[in-house]
Ligand binder design. Structure first.
Ligand code: DON
Length: 354
């Protein structure tokens, strides 16, 4: 080796060593865990979205459940919880609203933890119905009748699958499970439950139709009653974001460290959310946002960013499909700003080549 070659070899080695020593530990950590990329950017995106959509007047409160019609339409809250348990929130973050259909994700998780994904798929299914969430036609038409765990029929069937000796035992098991996902004790909003229980003849009809096709696995009306209670559980946006972050964190609650949802079930749950989480709006949602999400007629939506965290938004006015108008806009805005769309290579840090 001549002396020039030797010198350049030494220089390269010195460069490599100094580079390795000077890379900050945090960026090394980010190579293996792309968690909570940039708090400042997230805070800015949330604030921009809040300001941009605060005065949006699109949509209308659900009114087929009388209680929901009189909730203040201007309530508006946003929360993000990351898988490393950082929290960013804005607006009406303490208001407790009924979780409604978002509950269906966590009952699906509970049922799957007891019976495994294969049996759950056979008993309930995971096909979008292409119909409204409370459609009787879908139950009659679809080969599975239940469709998926997020339409009312599939959700009532899911509740019927959860094991318990009595309806009361099943209800406390469900409430306890949701609480563990939220990392805090959740409670029933009694007025919502009473209001819905007094008006849920449609759901009772669905349960009897399921019985006709042998697609409900416990007493139909008892299952509807437990289902109505689960929909009436109160959450605020922070608690809801934490429930989403538990899914994002492979089933382990980032605040308590408890493995609540079975890690092996998480991909199945997120795929159901992607296909059916916003009912008839799921296709357009996937097109624009590209994140698994679930809505409820109470005005909440939670979207999950696997490995990173979850964003929850609460704003009562809904579109025709039953999804909060403002919540959809906020999540779309934040997801675009932060490049979170799972179908975009940008979500894993790949930038388009110029
Ligand atoms: O059974 C119902 O109709 C309500 N408890 C839940 C429906 C719902 O949240 C649909 N969501 N967008």
């Amino acid at each position: 080796m001549n002396s020039t070659k030797f010198k350049s070899k030494v220089l390269v080695t010195v460069f490599m060593v100094t580079t390795l020593v000077t890379i900050p530990l945090s960026s090394l950590a980010q190579k293996t865990s792309p968690v909570a990329p940039n708090r400042v950017a997230i805070e800015a995106a949330v604030k921009e979205a809040y300001d941009k959509f605060k005065s949006d007047t699109g949509g209308k409160n659900a009114d087929y459940i009388p209680y929901l019609a009189q909730v203040d339409s201007k309530l508006f809250g946003i929360a993000i919880v990351s898988t490393d348990n950082q929290m960013i929130s804005m607006g009406d973050t303490k208001y407790s609203f009924s979780i409604q259909s978002i509950s269906k994700v966590f009952s699906q998780a509970l049922a799957m933890s007891e019976m495994g994904q294969a049996k759950f798929l056979e008993k309930v299914g995971s096909e979008p119905t292409g119909r409204a969430f409370n459609s009787v036609f879908a139950v009659a038409d679809m080969p599975t009748h239940t469709g998926n765990p997020y339409v009312n029929a599939g959700a009532i069937s899911t509740v019927s699958l959860i094991s318990a000796k009595t309806a009361d035992e099943k209800w406390s098991k469900i409430l306890d499970y949701y609480s563990k996902c939220a990392g805090e004790k959740l409670v029933l909003i009694d007025e919502v439950y009473k209001s819905e229980a007094a008006t849920n003849t449609g759901n009772k009809a669905l349960s009897m139709l399921l019985a006709k096709y042998d697609r409900i696995y416990a007493d139909p009306f008892e299952s509807v009653d437990v289902y109505t209670k689960q929909c009436s559980v109160g959450v605020n946006v922070v608690q809801l974001a934490r429930m989403g972050a538990t899914l994002a964190n492979n089933g382990k609650n980032p605040a308590t460290g408890e493995q609540v949802i079975k890690a092996e079930d998480v991909p199945y749950i997120l795929s159901t959310m992607t296909m059916a989480g916003l009912y008839d709006g799921s296709g357009t949602w996937a097109w624009h946002v590209g994140l698994p999400a679930k809505s409820g007629v109470g005005g909440g939506i939670v979207a999950v960013v696997p490995g990173k965290g979850a964003i929850a938004v609460f704003a009562p006015p809904l579109d025709e499909a039953g999804n909060s108008v403002k919540a959809q806009k906020v999540i779309e805005y934040v997801a675009r700003k932060l490049d979170l769309n799972l179908f975009s290579p940008g979500s894993v840090g790949l930038k388009p080549t110029e």
